[in-house]
Design a protein around this ligand. Structure first.
Ligand SMILES: O=C(O)CCC(=O)C(=O)O
Ligand SMILES: [Fe+2]
Length: 386
């Protein structure tokens, strides 16, 4: 049914396809429709100090895991401090992101255009994708896991979202943006290490063995984006309003997201009342949010909370989300420990890579995928405003 509606070929796993298209849309609508003011009372985005999680003493690590569990079962969002990713790495990536948009010519960005990628990688002009059909103001540069970016070197088994094996990343040439790649690599390695560490804390938080997810993250999916949200497009800038969406309302697709942002706020998190909570910028912290795989694994115990971005300031905003997935060949299905006696799974098993690719494809015109989407491309070839 959905395949016919979207007019694209069916994937091998139809369940995954249906869940990604119809299931995700239904989930989003149901979350947007929820309006229970009373539940806002306990809504908070706690700041969790990760320092004790690096202790050799299990009870110290468990203390942090317990705080994570509380956040995941309430707002689904939390900040982390003392996470081990250096200030140099964090400011470095934000600086390179700014350079990407300020210094890389339109012609050089065009060479990295996302329409050259089946996997949604490369430079993504603002109109190229949209979560819900809104005109979104974000612009992005997307790159994925490569063994060369993994401090462990990987296990040689990485496969792309669609099961292929080639390296899909489209990098600027060194001569076009000197130094960019080295900083990106350093940052990526640091957040990958952190994500694997956090996954052990997530395991502890679910009363699972600490290493439960380790074998699923030996060649993990990990798409990162350098996002740019321009200030309002006017001679006299004025703050953006709700109508000037940077990134439409959505839940993230993978296990969890590690988000670094510049100091300009913009992330808005949906509260149970249906009101939006504007996330404050916490210097030195990452924002972490539960995404759909963890929600599905835990049968909804961990909340994959809807969020969006509106840049309400008059300054540009930069952010770097890192979407941490399991190995793309993993099947995600409810953990037995998250099903009480007699309870059934709310969601069907899905294959990680296929599911993410379908969710990504659903953001393109007619859900037809990223490649050679020329109709949309026409709209922005004349952009010269960086
Ligand atoms: O830019 C942000 O603050 C959030 C980005 C986000 O939610 C996403 O890319 O999924
Ligand atoms: Fe998101």
């Amino acid at each position: 049914m959905a395949a016919a509606r979207f007019g694209i070929p069916r994937l091998a796993d139809q369940t995954t396809f249906e869940e990604a298209h119809s299931g995700a849309a239904a989930y989003l609508q149901s979350r947007l429709a929820e309006k229970d003011e009373r539940l806002d009372t306990g809504f908070e985005i706690p700041i969790i100090d990760l320092a004790p999680s690096f202790s050799a003493v299990l009870t110290d690590r468990q203390t942090v895991a317990d705080q994570i569990r509380k956040a995941c079962t309430t707002s689904g969002f939390f900040y982390i401090t003392n996470h081990g990713v250096s200030q140099v790495a964090r400011s470095g990536i934000l600086e390179q992101s700014k350079r990407f948009y300020d210094e890389l010519s339109l012609q050089h960005r065009e060479e990295l255009h996302i329409r050259k990628s089946k996997l949604g990688l490369g430079w993504e002009p603002s109109e190229y994708t949209s979560i819900a059909g809104d005109q979104e103001r974000k612009e992005g540069f997307n790159f994925a896991y490569e063994e060369a970016l993994d401090p462990t070197g990987g296990d040689g088994l990485y496969q792309n979202l669609d099961g292929t094996k080639y390296c899909g990343n489209l990098w600027p040439r060194e001569t076009d943006l000197p130094g960019f790649h080295a900083v990106v690599k350093e940052y990526y390695g640091a957040v990958l290490n952190l994500a694997r560490h956090l996954f052990q804390l997530f395991a502890l938080s679910l009363n699972l063995p600490e290493t439960f997810f380790d074998s699923m993250t030996t060649h993990p999916g990990g798409i990162a984006r350098l996002l740019y949200y321009p200030p309002p497009r006017r001679a006299q800038p004025q703050p953006s309003s709700d109508e000037q969406i940077g990134l439409g309302a959505h839940s993230d697709y993978e296990c969890f997201t590690l988000l670094l942002t510049s100091s300009t706020p913009g992330l808005e998190i949906l509260k149970p009342s249906g009101k939006w909570h504007i996330a404050a910028h916490e210097p030195d912290a990452f924002i972490v949010n539960v995404a759909d795989f963890l929600m599905r694994w835990t049968n909804g115990l961990y909340k994959s909370t809807v969020h969006r971005v509106v840049n309400r300031s008059t300054e540009a905003r930069y952010s770097v989300p890192f979407f941490f997935s399991v190995n793309y060949d993993t099947v995600v299905e409810t953990l037995p420990t998250c099903l009480k006696e007699g309870e059934v799974s709310k969601w069907k098993p899905i294959r990680a890579g296929e599911y993410i690719l379908e969710r990504l494809n659903a953001t393109t015109k007619n859900a037809s995928g990223f490649m050679d989407n020329d109709d949309i491309h026409e709209k922005h070839t004349d952009r010269t405003d960086h």
